[in-house]
Design a protein around this ligand. Structure first.
Ligand SMILES: Nc1ncnc2c1ncn2[C@@H]1O[C@H](COP(=O)(O)OP(=O)(O)O)[C@@H](O)[C@H]1O
Ligand SMILES: [Mg+2]
Length: 356
C-alpha cells in the first residue's frame, strides 16, 4: 500500500479518488498541486468544493457514477476555490468500491503545463544559442579592442604635440566603453558558489532594496510558503536575478494608482524543467499590476539588449535568465494588462547544472 501511494505521488498526472457520494477519499501529490489543496484538507470534501466551475465538472462525475461508464473531457477549464483557472484533460473511470458501491478515479492532466514544457524547452534552446553567439562575438570584439587600447596608449606617449593627446584619450575612453558593454553582454562569468539558501531571506533582502530605491512608494505583498526548505544556490546571484525582475515590476507599475508588487513562494512537486524531472522545485512568482509586457516584447525580452524603455539597457532579464538557468532552473512570464507574473523555478536538489 505504501508503495502504491509512493507510485501515485511520483506521477505528474493528478489522481483523485471519489467515493459513491462524490466525496474525496484520496488525492495524489500532482493532484494536490493542481487543485491547490492538501490531502488532509480535501479528504471527505465534496467534489463541488474543489472545483467551483463549470457545472459540467459535476455533471460528468454524476453521469459517470450513475451510468457506471467512463467519461473523458478534453481541454476543460476548471475554476478552483482560489479563483485560479486550470486547463486540464479529465478522464473519469468508475470502479467497484465495495459490493453495490461505485467509486470514481478521476485523472487530471494539465495541458497548459505540457504545452509550457515544450515551449520552455525550445525557448531554453533558443536562449542557449543566442548566448553562445553573443559570447563568441564578445570575445572576438574584446581581443582586438585590447590591442587598439594598448596602441593608443603607446601612441599617446610618443606624440610630438600635446594637443593631439585629446584624440588618443578619445580612442582609449571609447575602447573602455566598448569593453564595458562587452562585459555586460558576457554577463556574470564567475563560478557560482553554492550554499544552502533560505529563499525568503533573499526575497526579503531584495524587497528592502526595492522599497528604499522606490522611496517607499510601492506596496510590497508577501505570500510565502513557510515550509519551503533551503535550496542550493549562490546568494549574491539570486539577489541579482530577483532584483532585476522586481525592478522591472516597479518600473512598469509605479504609475498605476494602487501599485502592488506581490512576491509568492510555493513548493512544487514532480516538476519538469527542460527535459529533467525534479522531485521538488522552489516556485517564486513576482507579480505586478502594471500595464503588462508589450506584445512585441513578449518573446524577445529575455534576450540581451532588448528593451521597451527609452533609458533601458535590456540586460536585466537576460542576466536574470542566465543566473536562473545556471541554477538548473527556468524563468518565464505570463502577462495580461493588470497582471504580469514572472515565475522562477529552482530545483531543490544539489546536482544542479552550472554551465556558465
Ligand atoms: N513587469 C513588467 N511589466 C511590463 N514590461 C516588462 C516587465 N518586465 C520587463 N518588461 C519589459 O521587458 C523589457 C526588458 O527588460 P530588461 O531586460 O530588464 O531591460 P530594461 O529594464 O533595461 O529595459 C523592459 O524594457 C520592459 O519593456
Ligand atoms: Mg530592467
Amino acid at each position: 500500500m505504501q508503495q502504491d501511494l509512493a507510485l501515485l505521488d511520483s506521477l505528474s498526472t493528478g489522481i483523485l479518488l471519489l467515493d459513491s457520494n462524490l466525496c474525496v477519499t484520496s488525492l495524489n501529490a500532482a493532484g494536490q498541486a493542481m487543485l491547490e489543496t492538501s490531502e488532509a484538507r480535501c479528504t471527505g470534501q465534496h467534489a463541488s468544493k474543489l472545483v467551483l466551475q463549470p457545472r459540467e465538472w459535476l455533471d460528468n462525475l454524476e453521469q459517470a457514477l450513475a451510468s457506471n461508464s467512463p467519461h473523458a473531457s478534453r481541454s476543460m477549464s476548471l475554476v478552483l476555490v482560489s479563483g485560479q483557472e486550470i486547463h486540464v484533460d479529465v478522464i473519469i473511470t468508475p470502479i467497484s468500491d465495495s459490493p453495490g458501491k461505485t467509486a470514481l478515479i478521476v485523472e487530471l492532466m494539465a495541458i497548459d503545463r505540457l504545452l509550457k514544457i515544450s515551449r520552455e524547452e525550445s525557448l531554453m534552446h533558443a536562449q542557449e544559442t543566442t548566448r553562445a553567439v553573443i559570447r563568441g562575438l564578445a570575445h572576438e570584439i574584446k581581443n582586438p579592442l585590447g590591442g587598439v587600447r594598448g596602441a593608443a596608449q603607446l601612441l599617446a606617449r610618443e606624440l610630438p604635440d600635446e594637443s593631439l593627446a585629446e584624440y588618443t584619450s578619445i580612442i582609449i575612453s571609447e575602447a573602455d566603453r566598448l569593453r564595458d558593454l562587452v562585459d555586460r553582454l558576457l554577463g556574470p562569468n564567475r563560478q557560482l558558489e553554492f550554499e544552502p539558501i533560505n529563499i525568503h531571506e533573499v526575497l526579503e533582502h531584495v524587497q528592502e532594496l526595492i522599497a528604499a530605491e522606490s522611496g517607499y512608494q510601492v506596496s510590497l505583498d508577501r505570500d510565502y510558503d513557510p515550509s519551503l526548505p533551503a535550496l542550493p544556490g549562490d546568494r549574491a546571484q539570486l539577489v541579482q536575478a530577483a532584483l532585476n525582475i522586481m525592478r522591472n515590476a516597479v518600473q512598469a507599475a509605479e504609475n498605476v494608482a494602487d501599485c502592488v508588487i506581490t512576491v509568492r513562494t510555493r513548493c512544487q512537486r514532480n516538476f519538469t524543467i527542460g527535459s529533467r524531472r525534479h522531485r521538488l522545485v522552489c516556485h517564486i512568482d513576482i507579480l505586478d499590476n502594471g500595464p503588462g509586457v508589450p506584445e512585441d516584447l513578449m518573446h524577445s525580452m529575455f534576450a540581451p539588449m532588448i528593451t521597451g524603455r527609452a533609458d533601458g539597457t535590456g540586460m536585466g532579464l537576460s542576466i536574470a535568465q542566465s543566473i536562473v538557468s545556471r541554477h538548473g532552473g527556468v524563468l518565464n512570464c505570463d502577462s495580461i494588462p493588470g497582471k504580469t507574473c514572472f515565475s522562477i523555478y529552482l530545483p531543490m536538489e544539489s546536482d544542479h547544472a552550472d554551465s556558465p
